[in-house]
Design a protein around this ligand. Structure first.
Ligand SMILES: NC(=O)c1ccc[n+]([C@@H]2O[C@H](COP(=O)([O-])OP(=O)(O)OC[C@H]3O[C@@H](n4cnc5c(N)ncnc54)[C@H](O)[C@@H]3O)[C@@H](O)[C@H]2O)c1
Length: 279
């Protein structure tokens, strides 16, 4: 037995290319990914990260100029980029975006449901329109994108869907964000539901729940003093005593979009620096 092993090891080593000959293969080499809300913030960072790791990226978002800019960065990383101006609350626009992706690349391996919005308003002041607008983007849009992409992934018997939820889903009291908290909590549940529906076809559905991340979304419409106060408080609320950056979220999304996570399904994973009020 020992003798056999001794004979096998050198043979194995000879068959292994030396480190000089081994080229770095990106963790998403050859994959095609759709990222919604890829024009700025977390979505733009996910698109850049995916491109660096070898994926071609479809940038589906509201603002043309923003996705054109990120598309340039993806191309600069040596990958193909397809910016498609898309409002994810409109089913026909999603259908066109998915069709264009399929025509251009012939497959869809990854969907990141990242697009999201907020409309902070006191609970009693929140209008029906405010409520609906949040639900339409943060929940319905995510559902519609998943539903449009799933048949392609089912045919391929392969797919990765990553939903961007939020710490707001954890049942916390976040004044001014009633509709947002409700939508994100529903995203966590929908993540489990779709993971169960699609798992047997080789499709993993998971979610990430970011804490406070420095982007336009969190601090829009606030004065410098308000932002500074909020940042100080947010730092204190994490175990690692810092504010999150888009790349913190992008690294986790990359893991869930890669083949390193094929035995993870239906999970919502926090990326919040260890919020002490979550523990
Ligand atoms: N920034 C944070 O602190 C934080 C925390 C938790 C969760 N999140 C979530 O992360 C995701 C990204 O947030 P961000 O901070 O990068 O926000 P952001 O405002 O910087 O970017 C949001 C992107 O979504 C796009 N978008 C908005 N409505 C859309 C629509 N109807 N159709 C298509 N695209 C649309 C915007 O154009 C933009 O490109 C959101 O789902 C958000 O809820 C953010």
């Amino acid at each position: 037995m020992r003798g056999n092993r001794e004979r096998m090891w050198p043979e194995f080593l000879e068959a292994t290319p030396s480190s000089k000959e081994t080229m770095y293969m990106g963790r998403l080499e050859g994959k095609v990914a759709i990222v919604t809300g890829a024009g700025r913030g977390i979505g733009a960072e996910i698109a850049r990260t995916f491109a660096r790791e070898g994926a071609d990226v479809v940038l589906a978002s509201l603002i043309r100029e923003e996705i054109d800019q990120v598309a340039e960065e993806v191309r600069h990383a040596g990958r193909a980029a397809l910016p498609v101006q898309t409002d994810i609350t409109v089913k026909v626009e999603i259908a066109i975006m998915v069709q264009r992706t399929h025509e251009e690349f012939g497959k869809i391996d990854i969907l990141v449901n990242n697009a999201g919005t907020i409309r902070p308003a006191d609970f009693l002041e929140t209008t029906e329109e405010d409520w609906d607008a949040i639900q339409a983007v943060d929940l319905k849009g995510l559902f519609l994108c998943t539903q449009a992409v799933a048949p392609h992934m089912i045919r391929q018997r392969y797919g990765k869907i990553v939903n961007v939820s939020s710490m707001a889903a954890n049942g916390w009291y976040m004044p001014g964000y009633a509709s947002y908290c409700a939508a994100k909590a529903a995203v966590n549940n929908l993540t489990k539901y779709t993971a169960r529906e699609l798992g047997e076809y080789g499709i993993n559905v998971n979610a990430v729940a970011p804490g406070e991340i420095l982007t336009a979304l969190t601090y829009q419409g606030q004065s410098t003093e308000e932002v500074e106060k909020k940042l100080k408080n947010s730092r204190a609320m994490t175990m690692v005593k810092r504010i999150g950056e888009p790349k913190d979220v992008a690294s986790l999304v990359l893991f869930l979009a890669s083949d390193e996570s094929t035995f993870i399904a239906g999970e919502t994973i926090s990326v919040d620096g260890g919020r002490i009020d979550r523990m």
